[in-house]
Design a protein around this ligand. Structure first.
Ligand SMILES: Nc1nc2c(ncn2[C@@H]2O[C@H](COP(=O)(O)OP(=O)(O)OP(=O)(O)O)[C@@H](O)[C@H]2O)c(=O)[nH]1
Ligand SMILES: [Mg+2]
Length: 272
């Protein structure tokens, strides 16, 4: 189980990855992909620890991968390194792009690549199926042959498969494929310090089925190094939570909770 961080070059992927995992990804220039583990921020878990005071505490950890998607073709690096991930954090540059329509364009640019990649997989499979003799086609492939043309139409309309309302049986039929747009996705808008409402405005304008959360990676990256009173005085006027990653916890946890694979990771706490 692994979550991939993707986004256009210089959108803040490594900054987000670093504040979540503590792994200095931006310094690992030679590696195409850097992996790290983030503790799932969970207030319910913190409260239980406070009440029961267990000897040992082990919050759930989520593995994240950060790709150095640089140059003219960032999609290639993403495709090669993140195809096996189970969920996606799509980071949008909300700090340097001057308006929401440009941020939306940036989001769509990469989403279109994901849709196209899935479309090519379907077209290839349908082509293979038409060339096969009826006897050689397995029952699973017969079901795929019925389902894939519908999904093809869906993708051709620019929509991701996760929004296609697939039944459990249909998801089972597709289990041999590794579609990009079927993966759960959380849109993370990396906002500027002086424009914290940008993410909310983006969510309204985009009106997408995927959850959207805003974070100011620049501030989050600095918070842990500050003394609590300084942190408090700084955060209050900006309306920011003064705990590191507090702004990230609720949407990330909701997203994490909704991911089908999250049930396989147990939160452990052992009373002494
Ligand atoms: N002002 C501002 N700058 C930011 C913020 N987040 C990241 N940056 C800066 O933007 C630049 C790119 O950030 P990275 O986290 O390396 O972006 P990336 O998406 O990993 O970049 P690539 O891996 O090269 O595609 C760095 O110089 C960061 O310091 C932010 O919230 N505000
Ligand atoms: Mg990076």
């Amino acid at each position: 189980m692994e979550m991939g961080i993707l986004g256009l070059p210089q959108s803040g992927k490594s900054t987000l990855f670093e504040i979540m995992t503590g792994v200095k990804s931006s310094q690992s220039h030679n590696e195409a992909v850097v992996r790290g583990q983030a503790s799932v921020p969970d207030e319910r878990f913190d409260k239980l620890v406070e009440i029961y005071k267990p000897v040992k505490v082990a919050p759930a950890k989520v593995p994240f991968s950060d790709v150095h998607a640089v140059g003219e073709h960032p999609w290639e690096a993403i495709r090669q390194n993140l195809s096996g991930t189970d969920g996606i954090l799509h980071v949008i540059d909300g700090f340097s792009l001057p308006d929401i329509s440009l941020a939306l364009d940036a989001y769509r640019k990469l989403e279109d690549e994901l849709v196209l990649a899935d479309l090519l997989v379907i077209e290839k499979k349908l082509e293979r199926l038409t060339k096969m003799s009826k006897k050689a086609i397995s029952p699973q492939e017969t079901a795929q042959n019925d389902l894939l043309p519908k999904l093809k139409n869906y993708l051709e309309a620019g929509k991701p498969l996760r929004a296609a309302g697939l039944t459990t049986a249909e998801v089972f039929t597709l289990r041999s494929f590794s579609f990009w747009t079927i993966k759960p996705e959380l849109i993370v808008v990396n906002v500027a310090e002086d424009n914290l409402s940008f993410a909310e405005a983006f969510a309204v304008e985009a009106n997408l089925p995927e959850p959207v959360m805003g974070i100011c990676c620049k501030i989050e990256a600095e918070l842990p190094g500050w003394m609590p009173p300084i942190r408090k005085n700084f955060c209050r006027p900006w309306g920011l939570p003064n705990r590191h990653l507090a702004g990230l916890s609720a949407p990330l946890f909701r997203f994490w909770d909704a991911c089908p694979f999250s049930r396989s990771v147990k939160t452990k706490s052992r009373p002494g």
